[in-house]
Design a protein around this ligand. Sequence first.
Ligand code: ZN
Length: 413
Amino acid sequence: MKSWHEVEVPTIDSSFDFPVLQLTNSASGSKELLVSKPLYRMYVCGITPYDATHLGHAATYLTFDLINRYLRASGSEVRYVQNITDIDDPLLERAKRDGVDWTDLAHQQIDLFRSDMVNLRVIPPADYIGAVDAIPLVTAAIQELSRINSIYSVDEDLYFDVHSDKQFGKRSHLSSDEMLRIFSERGGDPNRVGKAHPLDCLVWMSQRPNEPGWPSPFGMGRPGWHIECTVIAIKYLDPDSNDSALIDIQGGGSDLIFPHHEMCAAQAEVMSRKPLAATYVHAGMIGLDGEKMSKSKGNLVFVSKLLEAGRDPMAIRWALMKSHYRTDRMWTDELLVEAEVEINLLRSFLSGSLVAPTASLIQTIIDSLANDLDTPAVVQAVLTWSSQSQSGGEQTDAKSLLTALDTLLGIKL
Ligand code: ZN
């Protein structure tokens, strides 16, 4: 699958000090320093191509873009891979509801997502892989899991025995009741007759009438959701056998903690006897005007609609950075208006003749990002600098700040 256009990232002055990045690891529940490395492997779960790109998506990809930018600016390389779930029940259900061909819907939504990511200046993944393209990897992984007795069939479908992973559940920390409830809400089938355990997850679904299918050693069918990410992450990030985990960061929205990331981690652990990721990072959910934003409520706010209405993509980024990435938060139009005012003020100072000193501000931005992406502290520091510049600056050259805002925050003014 074609990724989106490269986003130009300027080089920051090497005189700044880059502390080792700290991130909250959802698996441990605590803030942890990343191990300092020349190369990081990061996998972020992509969209299922319908309802793209709502602000919840934007907040998630912005979070991992900030991580990507920080690690690169600090001198490391980042190998970044993302999938796209271009075949799954929700996509087929949406296409059926709207009376459109599912492939047309997927292509149209993938194009929209790519264009939104470019407008938001999100650095593209090196590999952007569709589930359909990953079918040979999925079937090979199922055969491998089958050899170690982790797969069984129910009718013509294949299931992964989650308890073949002794660590199952240890990354998401939920009770059995919570796991069952959330599994059911998020695409699982705990009540299917014939399963060995209600939480076992589907890895291969045999072709249903009037649904697409692809040939495999197990007959015509299509992959389950979780196994797709497991195999794409391992294949395209090409783990280093000296590392204690297969990849450095697995990321996504907090609604992926369970079952999706727990299932991926369990499958990878059984196949490789190693943790899938050293750090699991999750972005909070975005609500609208006091309500949870969801497709069922029909209150999704789309990036493309905001852009069509002439809203500033840099202000959308800025507005999302006003809260910490891990918090569930509300989106309001007032928030975007406030961000637009602040971004315009910043633009005018950066094009003016005299501004407040910039070096200490840039170091504060770096230090705040290093502290678990503390973007509210970044926003506050920039606003303080703006008001200092308003009351009379002493420095004539703001170019280094313009570069830093672009390199570190993706804010190009
Ligand atoms: Zn995923």
